[in-house]
Design a protein around this ligand. Structure first.
Ligand SMILES: *Cc1c(COP(=O)(O)O)cnc(C)c1O
Length: 419
């Protein structure tokens, strides 16, 4: 459910006609709905409300915009961060350091030191080597770092290969059969307070079964470690719940997920941690774009829009589908290829898609663009960095301004040997 709806035949974000934003900000731009973000944050929390001790850490990488993170901070969310840059954003948005989990497969020493100095709540260790390094840094700072060991459960998440993270061949976590030994050795280091286990098997999951299989394996490992006399008080179950991108698609609900977790973790007696990203932000944003022109093609016309793969990379990266809707549809339809202006054939949003009939100058949206949208944007082809807007009822505000090519050019300089 979201708050992008038609009123009098015109698509609105909450109470704001999208044309108003396009006129003021120009296109392409992302538009987020505050009400939708709030709703998803509450639905997810509510779905886990029967669990005894829960910590919610919003996965910043899905949408790190300061306003989005502030909204989630106000909803009581902590943060899951994967770099010092994300940590700085989470702190700037008002998330307490103690509520931040530092994930990420390649944390640098300087990043771990900064995170320790900031007092972040937990490091999710990706290897024994990383744990040894963190222990040494912590000891040199006179601290003990609270940490969990990320385990690779070797389950197939059944999602796109590029967003699958829990198979043995993926780079994430430590192999399941080595985890007990690694945890035991790390628990003996003075600089570490090994307190938990973590798992995250992938993103855009369409079934709860692989998640359940991973959680059951993690629970077994927890029991084995406790059997050795080691304390395991925190179990981080990661993120990964998928959202529908196409009208009519169905995904497991947060309620079904919560019920499954409650069943699996019944006798765990641990604080359960979650790292939701897409399920909070996915439906909360759209990418607003204008049709530049329509060009005849061999099998179907090309609708050339002013958004491109540098603004929304998911179709080019993962063959992802985003519904395309005219902001003021006439009722007429067409079959077309939807493409951006970038000089790559991968700059294609859809092929042979049945869409609202659009022509030069018409506004349209790519739906469900709130997660892994603006956060992956870049300036390829010397295009601007796409701006972001947040709507709240009848109000709206620019929450990230467009960064023009001239600003990026100004960061470059000629070396002496060329002048
Ligand atoms: C990306 C990521 C998440 C969030 O995944 P979603 O599919 O957006 O929920 C959570 N935890 C970790 C470690 C991640 O890398």
């Amino acid at each position: 459910m979201d708050h992008f709806t038609f009123r009098d035949g015109v698509l609105h974000a909450e109470d704001v006609p999208l044309g108003t934003i396009a006129d003021a900000v120009a296109t392409p731009c992302y538009v987020y709905s505050r009400a939708t973000l709030t709703r998803h944050a509450r639905v997810f929390r509510e779905a886990l409300s029967r669990l005894p001790r829960v910590h919610l850490a919003f996965a910043l990488k899905s949408n790190p915009n300061l306003a989005v993170v502030k909204l989630l901070a106000d909803e009581g969310y902590g943060a899951d961060v994967v770099s010092a840059g994300e940590m700085a954003r989470a702190l700037a948005a008002g998330i307490p350091a103690s509520g931040i989990v530092f994930s990420g497969v390649g944390k640098r020493g300087d990043e771990m030191a900064r995170a320790l100095a900031a007092g972040i709540g937990q490091f999710n260790l990706e290897s024994e080597e990383e744990g040894v390094e963190l222990a040494a840094i912590a000891a040199s700072l006179g601290r003990r770092a609270a940490a969990a060991l990320r385990v690779n459960p070797d389950v197939d998440a059944g999602t796109h290969g590029k967003i699958s993270t829990g198979k043995a061949e993926n780079k994430f976590g430590v192999p399941f059969d080595r985890a007990q030994g690694i945890f035991t050795r790390l628990a003996a280091l003075a600089g570490l307070e090994m307190r938990g286990l973590a798992v995250h098997i992938g993103s855009q999951l369409s079934s709860l079964d692989p998640l359940e299989a991973a959680f059951v394996k993690l629970g077994g490992l927890m029991r084995d470690l406790r059997g050795q006399g080691l304390a395991v008080s925190h179990m981080d179950l990661g993120g990964g719940l998928g959202v529908p991108y196409r009208a009519g698609e169905h995904f497991p609900s947060p309620e079904a997920y919560g019920a499954m977790v409650a069943r699996v973790s019944r006798d765990w007696d641990a604080t359960l941690m979650f790292e939701p990203g897409r399920v909070i932000t996915g439906n909360s944003g759209v990418l607003l774009t204008r049709v530049i022109r329509v060009k005849p093609g061999a099998s179907a016309p090309f609708v050339i829009v002013d958004a491109a793969m540098n603004d929304l990379a998911r179709p080019a990266l993962y063959d992802a589908w985003h519904d395309f809707l005219a902001v003021a549809p006439t009722g007429a339809r067409m079959t077309a290829h939807i493409v951006g202006p970038i000089c790559e054939s991968s700059d294609t949003f859809a092929m042979n898609r049945a869409i609202d009939r659009v022509g030069a100058g018409d506004l349209a949206i790519f739906r469900t663009a709130g997660a892994y949208g603006a956060t992956m944007a870049n300036t390829y082809n010397s295009r601007a960095l796409v701006p972001e807007v947040m709507v709240d009822g009848a109000r709206w505000a620019l929450v990230a301004r467009r960064i023009d090519p001239a600003t990026i050019l100004a960061a470059e300089s000629l070396p002496d040997f060329l002048t």
